[in-house]
Design a protein around this ligand. Structure first.
Ligand code: ATP
Ligand code: MG
Length: 467
């Protein structure tokens, strides 16, 4: 049972699920390894009565097939126990309700010392409780629950320095909690944000959909009806990499990079359970790297989704998979355009590219310099016939030596443009030259490659040009 496969992060997240289900608005995770290493999770939720607390300590404290309240994040009646014991040998749960505090404790060393092989839960006395970390903090809340892990054998396994080990294990915690609970820690319709703190540091929402960036494109969504429940599917194309700040790339890409994190994001009651996968319906592709599809499922469909105990794996049932498969062609073309012509949302009509994609033979593609581009046309007109031949030869050289593989490798690692100010200065220089060469007016010049790719800087460029 201890080897279900939780990481420290997923185990802590499982306890936070319980706090959220108990309507907590503030959750504190505290840990320390300087003396007796411990991890504690305190919430201000509704707490438990003594009977509820005793029952909560049972393995399988509730029937997984029972219907749950619609906001409940639990299912199996196991998480509190399995998550805790995946990390520690001693878990104490204190809960405060109606002014009184109750406590129960599972201690694996004690269980092992019992000769008759019984499962005996301990009821610690007040003197013991007072020694526990965060006990005073539980006293301060009206009602709530405090879970404390001690004897962290699994969590600290094989470490010579507990403090270093604890630090290393917790390094990704803020990110993980910010990510899986981002819909709870940011404001959403019909819900107030929940505050989560790790050793006093507030967990910031890590929204992989970059809701705050106005360049992201929502695409047409769908509602899939299954039994009497609704699964909502909302695809988005993120802004092109050139429009993203390093923080946004971190949010949207996380550990696996933008390309690795394309795909469906499955939220069970707004809690992110699975992300960055197409469920093998389509392969991951550089062209879809900006596409993310938010799928909201209610907890009443758990049986269909084959949810696991850690709630970190679930596979869509056939009826949903087929619908998702039908939807994919609708949003891939928009993603392709955003990757290929960043910033050109839909209207590629009057855009004059400098590089053109051609397919001389089926399956073979190359990028050629567009000889219709106004700058090339002007230059060509200024040259004598025989020099024009040289120009064409140079253009062919450029086409033939374009380092496609190297560019592809760079783009896959989400390399960004230079910082915004340097980029704008470059664009202004480019615009000045382009206007000089072609004689175009400034606003027509903005429709030309590469200026057309940066609509977010057009106002600024025009202002500088008119000066
Ligand atoms: N922080 C908490 N506040 C109030 N009640 C809690 C809290 N943690 C656990 N409980 C109670 O204990 C029960 C058992 O929790 P546990 O996590 O083991 O199972 P679950 O949440 O019901 O299902 P799952 O195994 O899917 O997590 C919960 O159903 C809930 O009633
Ligand atoms: Mg639970």
């Amino acid at each position: 049972m201890r080897a279900i496969g939780y990481s420290v992060e997923t185990a802590i997240a499982d306890l936070i699920d319980n706090s959220i289900s108990a309507s907590a608005s503030k959750i504190h995770v505290e840990y320390d390894a300087s003396q007796d290493p411990f991890v504690a999770i305190l919430d201000n939720g509704k707490g438990m009565s003594p009977d509820e607390l005793t029952n909560a300590m049972r393995l399988g404290s509730s029937n997984p097939n029972a219907q749950r309240a619609h906001h409940d994040l639990g299912r199996f009646g196991l998480g509190l126990k399995t998550a805790s014991m995946s990390q520690c040998r001693r878990v104490t749960v204190l809960s405060k309700q109606n002014g009184s505090t109750y406590a129960r404790c599972w201690d694996l060393d004690y269980l092992q010392s019992l000769t008759e092989g019984k499962w005996v839960v301990l009821v610690p006395d007040l003197a013991e409780l007072k020694q526990l970390p965060l006990y005073e903090n539980l006293n301060l809340v009206e009602s709530g629950t405090l879970v404390i892990w001690q004897s962290l054998d699994r969590m600290m396994s094989g470490s010579s320095s507990p403090q270093e080990e604890m630090k290393a294990r917790m390094a990704g915690l803020l990110h993980h909690l910010g990510f899986v609970f981002h819909r709870y820690s940011q404001k959403e319709v019909h819900s107030e944000p929940i505050e989560i703190y790790v050793n006093g540091v507030k967990v910031m929402p890590m929204d992989p959909f970059l809701k705050a960036n106005s360049f992201r494109q929502p695409l047409e969504g769908q509602e899939i009806r299954v039994r009497d429940a609704v699964i909502s599917v909302k695809p988005y194309v993120l802004p092109p990499v050139s429009h993203l700040s390093p923080e946004e790339i971190e949010k949207a890409g996380g550990r696996s990079g933008l390309r690795g994190s394309q795909g469906f994001y499955i939220y069970r009651n707004r809690r992110l359970v699975i992300w960055g996968t197409w469920f093998r319906l389509v392969p991951k592709d550089e062209f879809f790297k900006l596409t993310r599809v938010q799928v909201d499922i209610p907890n009443s469909l758990d049986d269909l989704w084959a949810l696991d105990i850690k709630k970190s794996a679930a596979y869509p049932p056939d009826i949903v998979r087929n619908r998702l498969k039908d939807l994919i062609p609708h949003f891939v073309s928009s993603s392709r355009k955003t990757v290929t012509y960043p910033g050109r949302k839909e209207k590629i009509g009057k855009f004059v590219p400098l590089w053109q994609r051609t397919e001389p033979r089926h399956g073979v593609f190359r990028y050629e310099i567009n000889s219709e581009h106004p700058a090339i046309v002007k230059l060509s007109e200024k040259l004598d016939k025989d020099v024009q031949k040289y120009l064409q030869a140079v253009l062919d050289l450029l086409t033939g030596s374009l380092p496609l593989e190297a560019i592809y490798a760079d783009m896959c690692s989400d390399h960004r443009q230079p910082d915004d100010e340097a980029l704008v200065q470059d664009l202004i220089d480019l615009a000045t030259n382009l206007i000089q060469i072609t004689g175009l007016d400034p606003s027509s010049a903005l429709n030309i490659d590469p200026l057309a790719r940066y609509p977010q800087h057009h106002i600024r460029i025009l202002a500088e040009l008119s000066e």
